[in-house]
Design a protein around this ligand. Structure first.
Ligand code: MG
Length: 162
């Protein structure tokens, strides 16, 4: 059987502000600030969603789930990821693995990595071991280093048998 493999790349950044919950990878993280956005502003799931959509040459997250559509106000990004992955599956692809880099000066995220992996794997019907997550700071430099925003980079590999 021939197997077609494709890679995808995603990126997302949201500003931190008061009065919002911090949700990363579908997990609530205790912190005094949260990410600002129309949905729950989970930049980890948004980057991953875009990587999956890109790998399958589908429209991006902003096109599929517009941030001026009231339907997506406060949306749970796990549901957006689930819908997007459903579209990828409809094209015959399945996830091989995903690798993520979360860039945040604060809070420390390392202890939440196992639960974020579990959260993401459960949405995608994958194994925790198919999901890689690394947490980096920006050494105090730039807007992320100053604690004004959190960014995530995501790569995925998908495959389909012919
Ligand atoms: Mg976003």
């Amino acid at each position: 059987m021939n197997c077609e493999i494709r890679i995808g790349l995603g990126e997302d950044l949201h500003r931190l502000k008061e009065g919002r919950e911090l949700i990363l990878g579908g997990v609530k993280i205790p912190y005094e600030l949260g990410l600002d956005g129309h949905s729950d502003a989970d930049c980890v799931l948004h980057a991953l969603t875009d990587a999956l959509l890109g790998a399958a040459s589908l429209p991006d997250i902003g096109t599929l789930f517009p941030d001026d559509d009231p339907m997506y106000c406060g949306a749970d990004s796990k549901r957006l990821l689930e819908k997007a992955y459903g579209m990828v599956r409809e094209k015959g692809y399945r996830l091989v693995n995903a690798d993520l880099v979360i860039i945040a000066q604060k809070p420390k995220l390392k202890e939440f990595v196992p639960i974020m992996k579990e959260s993401i794997a459960s949405v995608l019907g994958a194994r925790d071991s198919d999901i890689g997550i690394k947490c980096k700071t920006q050494e105090g430099l730039g807007p992320i280093g100053e604690g004004l925003a959190i960014e995530c980079l995501a790569t995925v590999l998908i495959e389909r048998g012919n």
